[in-house]
Design a protein. Structure first.
Ligand code: DXP
Ligand SMILES: NCC(=O)COP(=O)(O)O
Length: 232
């Protein structure tokens, strides 16, 4: 069974649009879990544009594991080590970007990442690195001691014809390096099938599409449908 992590960031985007407390991302996470989500993913961005600090302990208290997406900054490492979520996924961040545009350059930033990964691991947190599907990035992730990589599927989702082959080849490298394989970004009902077919895939993290489609069908049915698509 491939696990489905439901990313609830964009429930918080909607909440923040009016500056109040509705809709509550934690209530959405509870509904997602009740509908079959195996975990909840939340990205505490440095600019707090969607998920806010006060959301994180409430998400951690839920019955499914929390995957805390974060930039590899001292501030975020401190917050994560205090919170102790099940997992932390280190992602790149640019202040002006609309969404996470690419993977973390673990090759270029390996020296800076090494102590942060070690600190998270020493705290008992499972560390995942959100990277592009490139052999050098995967091999460096393994050398840095990260047990998991999440391959960025954004370029594939935008329709790059070579991208599925890159992801397939990357999945082989992930297996050869002995890492656990996750994937996500930009996935929908229409494009998830080929990604769910990647050899060795353990987990998908999906957010924007699920929250958008929930406007039409409701979050429970949407989570159930995605869960059945990824495991069919
Ligand atoms: C890292 C990632 O792919 C998702 O968490 C995504 O970043 C959702 O948040 P944004 O849409 O703000 O990027
Ligand atoms: N890490 C990817 C993620 O959590 C969800 O990305 P998206 O489905 O919101 O594009």
């Amino acid at each position: 069974m491939i696990r489905l992590g439901v990313n609830i960031d964009h429930v918080a985007t909607l909440r923040n649009a009016r500056g109040g407390t509705f809709p509550d991302p934690i209530a959405a996470a509870e509904l997602a879990i009740a509908s079959g989500a195996d975990g909840i993913t939340a990205h505490l961005r440095e600019d707090r544009r969607h998920i806010r600090d006060a959301d994180m302990p409430r998400l951690k208290a839920l019955s499914a594991p929390l995957n805390f997406e974060m930039a590899a900054t001292d501030e975020m490492v401190r917050i994560a080590c205090d919170l102790r979520p099940h997992a932390c996924c280190l992602v790149p961040e640019k202040r002006q970007e609309i969404t996470t545009e690419g993977g973390l350059d673990v090759v270029g930033q390996s020296e800076a990442l090494k102590p942060k990964i070690a600190r998270l691991r020493d705290t008992g947190i499972r560390v995942s690195l959100f990277i592009d599907p490139e052999a050098r990035q995967i091999e460096t992730a393994a050398a840095l001691g990260a047990p998991v990589v999440e391959l960025h599927t954004g370029a594939y989702a935008l329709g790059g014809s070579q991208e599925l082959e890159r992801l397939r080849s990357a999945a082989e490298t992930v297996a050869a390096c002995g890492l656990e394989l996750h994937a996500g970004h930009g996935l929908t009902y229409d494009n998830v099938g080929a990604i769910a077919g990647l050899a060795g895939l353990a987990e998908l993290n999906i957010g924007h599409f699920l929250i958008g489609q929930a406007v039409f069908d409701g979050l429970g049915p949407v989570v159930r449908k995605m869960k059945s698509l990824i495991n069919s």
